[in-house]
Design a protein around this ligand. Structure first.
Ligand code: RB5
Length: 146
């Protein structure tokens, strides 16, 4: 898969580890920054990754900040984005199967690296189940047009 990744300064080290993890699994990772630990603003990276996902330049996105909250809120402001914040693998899996999320977010201050990898693995390997869930996802996306 082609995966966009983005992070703020708090999550820089975690981003590097997750990027390496993804590349070792055979994925291609496009890194939208930030590229160091200098203090910055998470909406920049949430928006950049979300725009790439919405434009279908990549298959999906992964965002990391301190909690995963701010960066996912920013991403969810972009039309076509369904970003979820997860602190455990079960929600990550179900968010794809039922909600067809296209961006996964988590917090570098919340989860350790091993747990983050499990969250990522469950999210990437899950598939949207469609059927009754498709109608509900369509209802969510219709809100953008009101
Ligand atoms: C930065 O201090 C912190 O606010 C950010 O990483 C994130 O947790 C925001 O939601």
């Amino acid at each position: 898969m082609n995966i966009a990744i983005g992070n703020d300064h708090v999550a820089y080290d975690m981003k590097l580890s997750i990027k390496e993890y993804l590349e070792n699994l055979g994925h291609t990772v496009r890194d939208y920054g930030t590229h160091d630990t200098n203090r910055t603003d998470y909406p920049i990276y949430g928006e950049a990754v979300a725009m790439a996902v919405a434009a279908k330049e990549v298959d999906c996105g992964i965002l990391i900040c301190g909690t995963g909250v701010g960066i996912s809120l920013a991403a969810n402001k972009v039309k076509g984005i369904r970003a979820v914040v997860c602190s455990e693998p079960y929600t990550a899996k179900l968010s794809k199967e039922h909600n067809n999320t296209n961006i996964l977010a988590f917090g570098a201050r919340v989860v350790g690296l091993d747990l983050a990898k499990m969250i990522v693995e469950q999210w990437l390997s899950a598939e949207f189940e469609g059927e009754r869930h498709a109608k509900r996802v369509d209802m969510i996306m219709d809100i953008e047009n009101k």
